[in-house]
Design a protein around this ligand. Structure first.
Ligand code: AMP
Ligand code: GLY
Length: 441
């Protein structure tokens, strides 16, 4: 089957690999020359993937039979509506259903109206005076969220990004003035305390098929310090839960997502594609931080390599309806570490050559996924975004972490990677933190 894959990052390389394993021919549309995707693809369209008409026209010329959309921006621009109008079944939500990610107020209101569990307290503001009144009267910590897409950089958290009422007021004013996130309106939410986890699920508009849980690491530096990034790496465990997440937490999070899918169908905008819930495990159970309407990056690289079912068949049934009740994943732990340019998070240095010894990495058993690199004359250079990722897979987390480290040793040049991700001490700290939050012994 000829499958269009839109996007050129690590997530899309993992999608391409899983589709290839299941027998697909790949038509790749991407902005950068991702060497891994380029080699795996039959045909490549380079250029802006948000230029919907161009991408869709090309897909049609190339006789694409199915499409999988990686990033959120083309979803917001209606690439799924356009592909389906030309008869190409697509894994991804329509523009109307993509609002679960592209409009945070839409999601909160949907949860409230349908009585969906996992909703924190929230308020919406579109002018300064009521916001200022709210802030001056408040006696709790909160977060401030622009409504639309901000590349993961719009949310500001009390204690992280600001630590006084003045700081909060300044950011509220800035959102209103600059229309950050696309509107002169924003949300305020109670600040949730706990550990974050990601639940990704395939969805055909009615049924939801969950993937193993994974945990991303958004902070740039070891010990979860430094600025927020797109995600520095992630892990998943052999039992498909996480060491600090109970079976009940998992079931409640899945229930939040099931009820959301039901509510979307009820309002006539069924959700089809990949729904990825970012949850906070709290002492009162899991709360939804946000939805994304696509695979997670990096967490897709934890789940796709251990998928045992045929991914092309799964994608076809997402796009056309009739998804089975569950998908099978190997009972393996995985650890993904991103290699990023030096200075990533503040002043990333583009143009650094990376020497990737692919053969030796393969011998360690690790998966290698290229992301935002430039390839020139067979050489690989950093850009200002994440460069490539290695993923160790093993029977337990300790084993998977060792394999990821063995693989990193075969990458030369100037780069940074968070070596602490998946290490036993780092995981023990998270378990201990959650034990305290839950008020355990
Ligand atoms: P979002 O773009 O909504 O995922 O928010 C980005 C990050 O902000 C999340 O991954 C959390 O770390 C943090 N965040 C968002 N909402 C809250 C909240 N209600 N309480 C605490 N942290 C939050
Ligand atoms: N894991 C962060 C993201 O995919 O947005």
């Amino acid at each position: 089957m000829r499958v269009l894959v839109v996007g050129g990052g690590g997530r899309e390389h993992a999608i391409v690999e899983a589709l290839r394993r299941s027998g697909a021919d790949i038509l790749a549309a991407m902005a950068n020359q991702n060497p891994g995707i380029r080699r795996a693809a039959k045909e490549v369209l380079l250029g802006d993937v948000n230029a919907v008409e161009r991408v869709v026209g090309w897909a049609q010329d190339q006789r694409a039979e199915l499409a999988v959309i990686g990033p959120e921006a083309p979803l917001e621009r209606g690439v799924v509506d356009a592909l389906e109008a030309r008869g190409i079944p697509t894994v991804g939500p329509t523009k109307a259903a993509a609002q679960l990610e592209t409009n945070k107020e839409f999601t909160r209101d949907l949860m409230k109206t349908a009585g969906i569990p996992g909703l924190p307290s929230y308020w919406a503001f579109d002018s300064y005076a009521p916001f200022s009144e709210f802030v001056l009267d408040s006696n709790f910590e909160f977060v401030i969220k622009p409504l639309g897409l901000t590349g993961g950089k719009g949310v500001q958290v009390w204690g992280d990004h600001f630590s006084s009422k003045e700081g909060a007021l300044a950011y509220g004013r800035e959102i209103l003035e600059k229309r950050i996130g696309g509107a002169a309106r924003f949300l305020v939410e109670e600040k949730l305390v706990g550990e974050e986890f990601s639940l990704q699920a395939l969805c055909d508009g009615k049924r939801l098929v969950p993937c193993p849980l994974a945990q991303d690491h958004k902070r740039a530096y070891e010990g979860d310090r430094g600025p927020n990034t797109g995600g520095m790496g992630s892990y998943s465990d052999a039992d498909h839960l996480l060491p600090f997440v109970t079976k009940l937490d998992y079931e409640q999070a899945l229930e939040t997502m099931r009820r959301t899918v039901e509510a979307m169908a009820d309002r006539g905008t069924p959700f089809k594609g990949v729904l990825y819930g970012g949850f906070m495990a709290t002492k009162d159970g899991p709360k939804l931080l946000e939805y994304n309407v696509r695979f997670a990056d990096p967490e897709s690289m934890n789940v796709l390599p251990i998928l045992e079912d045929n991914f092309v068949d799964l994608c076809s049934s997402v796009a056309s309806g009739g998804l089975s009740l569950r998908a099978r994943f190997a009972k393996k732990a995985t650890v993904c570490k991103y290699v990023v340019p030096p200075g990533y998070g503040t002043h990333p240095r583009a143009g650094e050559q990376l020497k990737v010894d692919e053969e030796s990495i393969r011998r360690t058993g690790a998966h290698l996924y290229y992301a935002a690199v430039d390839e020139r004359d067979g050489k690989v250079y950093t850009t200002t975004s994440r460069s490539l990722a290695v993923v160790g897979v093993a029977d337990d987390l300790e084993g998977a972490e060792s394999v990821s480290e063995e693989a990193l040793a075969f990458i030369g040049g100037s780069f940074y990677a968070r070596r602490d991700i998946g290490k036993p001490e780092a995981i023990a700290r998270k378990v201990e933190k959650m034990r305290k939050i839950r008020g355990g012994p």
